[in-house]
Design a protein around this ligand. Structure first.
Ligand code: FAD
Ligand code: SIN
Length: 534
């Protein structure tokens, strides 16, 4: 039975920064980081645009970044959390620079080249070409090597959080003081399920974009942490606020994931147009192509539906070719590989699921509703994003909360003891899966249900229909789960169905339109505010 002082589920920006910050202060603590595939594979790695932070104090200040974040959040962000993240953000960014992260410099090669993205009133996005996430992931993984007390276990898939339930007690959503003792984990190399116990556990498992047909998220983004938390009877919140990025590359071949055309391209001067070349965003918002994402994605959805067209276009033909190629080498290369020359042709784009604003409910130290359990990064609902995330605020949130969790863990861990008596995983009565098609087909069905009925525009009828379909999938999958030996694919499907259920249920609970949640039955905002806590 592997045990550690700290067990961290996830090796993206959230998990690694938490591990590093704990290790920096406490070389005596054993820190186990699990990654369900290779350590570098994460949403973090694919981040393009950059990380937002108030940097150029000649023009920018905290109050502007705070106001932009609150404005995007459509009155549902927690102002205290927004202040914390914005004000602590520059320190955390400076730290990752000190740890070796490279950001592009401007023409003078002295100051960082700050970009602008939708909803930001100033240029404040630090970036490394269009590969910012790759660079941050690289630097963080490199930094972990300095700490012998951090162990990264690759291809270890966490299945369930351990609580009193596994000691034979009944645990319900109203049970007080539910504690977490670690996790059951599928070792993908041996196909055995191992019991990882820990004094504290940190869930940093990222998002869940894979519930939709079109998503910018890699296939690992199956909402495992949020689903585990829900099963452990912990609190999740605001799951209806699913962010669709306005500009994924139109992808008729059905590539998974969809390739992202960074918002920074619009910050650089790219303009959204209909296929016949008309700029349309000013019909929807005075900020035009740089309005916040919810507004742009809905506008594109509306244009596509009313025109009966499969995509709109991003016009970059007027932009400086050399600077564009230098700033966006990956985007340029991808377009050219498909025969799209961004300086001759408009780039065909569509909205795609991109980010979960809701998730595991935490306080300002990343503490969840379960004792000894923290959560960090995209799997959380910290209160920063409210009803809609401001571009490039998520990497920042991961770093700020990684630091805060470390501070809290360090002060508490000496009073916590490892739990003994957790039984080993029992797979008696299960058999090898016979037909993978049962899993792959259900996954396709889930994506269809969510994309057709719980997408950018919702209605009561669509949500009710989604619930009925999800219920069938849920029952079929539970039956498979109870009778077959576990595979990562089955666990992911099960988790994604839970996420689909949580998104749909939260959407049904919100009888108004706010931020990313738009329903034709209640097109206006309510005067009072509420989180959809579950
Ligand atoms: P991730 O980076 O996704 O890491 C999750 C980790 O958890 C992985 O290591 C995974 O293996 C592990 N894991 C998951 N499930 C399990 C399990 N069951 N057991 C064990 N391990 C598990 N944000 C910005 O701020 N700026 C941007 O420019 C930006 N661009 C983006 C571009 C794209 C294409 C995408 C997809 C996202 C972008 N985002 C951006 C969002 C941002 O990248 C993510 O929100 C952020 O990186 C999430 O970090 P994380 O550490 O929480 O999760
Ligand atoms: C992008 O580069 O457009 C993504 C930025 C983000 O999701 O924050």
């Amino acid at each position: 039975m592997p045990s550690s002082d700290v067990l961290i589920l996830g090796s993206g920006a959230a998990g690694l920064s938490t591990a590093i910050k704990i290790a920096m202060e406490r070389s005596d603590l054993s820190i186990m980081v699990l990654s369900k595939t290779a350590a570098e594979e994460s949403n973090t790695k694919y981040a393009q645009g950059g990380i937002a932070a108030v940097w150029n104090l000649n023009v920018d200040d905290f109050s502007k970044h705070i106001a932009d974040t609150l404005d995007a959040g459509d009155d549902l962000s927690n102002p205290k959390i927004v202040e914390i993240v914005v004000e602590e953000g520059p320190k955390r960014v400076q730290e990752i620079i000190n740890w070796g992260t490279r950001f592009d410099l401007g023409h003078d090669s002295k100051e960082y080249d700050l970009a602008r993205e939708g909803g930001h009133s100033e240029k404040r996005i630090l970036h490394y070409k269009d590969l910012t996430g790759w660079e941050i992931q690289r630097a963080l993984l490199e930094k972990t090597k300095e700490y012998p007390n951090i162990k990264i276990a690759e291809h270890y898939f966490a299945i369930n959080l351990l609580t009193q339930h596994h000691l034979g007690y009944q645990v319900t959503r109203v049970t007080p003081n539910i504690e977490c003792y670690g996790a059951y984990v599928l070792n993908k190399n041996t196909h055995q399920i191992e019991t990882f116990t820990s004094k504290v556990t940190v869930v940093a498992t990222g998002g869940a974009g894979q519930i939709y047909r079109n998503t910018t998220n890699p296939v690992i983004a199956s909402g495992d942490g949020i689903a585990m938390m829900y099963r452990a009877k912990g609190r999740c919140a605001n799951m209806e606020f699913v962010q669709f990025h306005p500009t994924a590359l139109f992808n008729p071949a059905g590539e998974n994931p969809d390739f992202l055309i960074s918002e920074a391209v619009r910050g650089f001067g790219g303009i959204l147009k209909t296929q016949d070349g008309n700029e349309f965003m000013y019909n929807y918002d005075e900020r035009g192509s740089l309005a916040p994402r919810d507004i742009v994605a809905r506008a594109i959805d509306h244009e596509m539906k009313t025109r009966g067209e499969d995509f709109v276009c991003l016009d970059c033909t007027h932009l400086d070719k050399e600077r564009f190629k230098d700033h966006f080498p990956t985007i340029y290369g991808k377009c050219m590989s498909l025969g799209i020359d961004p300086f001759k042709d408009m780039i065909p784009v569509v909205p795609a699921c991109h980010y979960f604003c809701g998730g595991i409910y935490t306080d300002e130290f990343g503490k969840t509703s379960l004792d000894k359990l923290y959560a960090c990064g995209e799997c959380t609902c910290t209160g920063l994003h409210g009803a809609n995330r401001l571009a490039s605020n998520s990497l920042l949130e991961a770093l700020v909360f990684g630091h805060r969790i470390a501070e809290d863990v360090i002060t508490k861990i000496d009073d916590i003891h490892l739990k003994s008596g957790i039984p080993e995983w029992d797979e008696e009565g299960t058999t090898q899966p016979k037909e993978m098609v049962l899993i792959t087909q259900s996954w396709k069905e889930l994506k269809e249900i969510m994309s057709s009925y719980v997408g950018i525009v919702r209605s009561n009828v669509r949500l009710r229909r989604a619930m009925r379909r999800l219920d069938i999938l849920y029952r079929e999958t539970e039956s498979l789960y109870n009778t077959t030996k576990l595979s990562p694919q089955l666990c992911e499907l099960r988790n994604l169905i839970t996420i689909g259920y949580l998104v749909t249920r939260s959407a049904k609970m919100r009888s108004e339109s706010r931020g990313l949640h738009f329903t034709t039955d209640y097109p206006d905002k309510k005067a009072f505010l509420e989180d959809t806590l579950m």
